[in-house]
Design a protein around this ligand. Structure first.
Ligand code: SAM
Length: 228
């Protein structure tokens, strides 16, 4: 079997498992996870572990999230074709590719876009290379900066996802969320957080719903944690 086929079979197996365990609920998220080659978003020496459902190191003390966590967060975010999405915490670019698959690639008549902000310039470069190789370059804009301040240039966003743990919801992200928009963010202390799903009603009022406990690297920035 070719290497590509081996990765495809492993991808299908892990996604079947996530579906059985109830992490994957919607067809659209399942299709996106089946389409994005996670092996192209992990460092070369870890490619054989690409379909282990665990976070993997990507350098600079950072990680690509476990596959079930990407499934849970994407399901909670509820992205749809044509939407404009902001991700804070690009890392490897994998989550951005999953989102781009849904909002921009899957349905050519609905061309949405993903903006993703990363504070470590070397990781932003790593993500750009990965996104280009995997065929997502035209659907994702990678920005280097402090994503706790959002990215006003692309606002307002239909969806905002933060893939680093924050002490509270950064106000700029609320301001940059469109009405009827959804924001998913891990909130807690530096070591353990709980997913928070925020929705902005037509009146501008916010509804908040807590999800599962999770463990993310800290969101470092003006509206996040201080660098230690
Ligand atoms: N979504 C990523 C992926 O698919 O590989 C995984 C994200 S990793 C768990 C968290 C990332 O958030 C790290 O790359 C870290 O450098 C980044 N980060 C932390 N604070 C940030 C900030 N204020 N702005 C932008 N990125 C930040």
């Amino acid at each position: 079997m070719s290497e590509d086929n081996m990765f495809r079979v492993s991808r299908e197996r892990v996604i079947e498992m996530l579906e059985r365990e109830g992490y994957l609920k919607s067809g659209i998220v399942k299709r996106a996870l089946l389409s994005v080659p996670r092996e192209m978003f992990v460092p070369e020496n870890l490619r054989k572990y690409a379909y282990y459902d665990t976070p993997l190191p990507i350098g600079y003390g950072q990680t690509i999230s476990a596959i079930h966590m990407v499934a849970i967060m994407t399901e909670a975010l509820d992205p749809l074709p044509g939407m404009k999405v902001l991700e804070v915490g690009t890392g490897s670019g994998y989550q951005a590719a999953v989102l781009a698959e849904i909002v921009a690639k899957m349905d050519p008549s609905h061309r949405g876009h993903v903006y993703t902000v990363e504070r470590v310039p070397e990781l932003a470069e790593f993500a750009k290379r990965n996104l280009e190789r995997a065929g997502y370059k035209d659907y994702v804009t990678v920005v280097v900066g402090d994503g706790s301040k959002g990215y006003p240039e692309g606002a307002p966003y239909d969806r905002i996802i933060v893939t680093a743990g924050a002490p509270s919801v950064p106000k700029p992200l609320i301001d940059q969320l469109d009405v009827h928009g959804k924001l998913v963010i891990p909130v807690g202390d530096r070591f353990i957080q709980r997913l928070l799903i925020v929705e902005k009603k037509a009146s501008g009022e916010l509804s908040m719903k807590w999800g599962i406990d999770c463990v993310f690297v800290p969101l470092i920035g003006e509206y996040g944690w201080r660098e230690e």
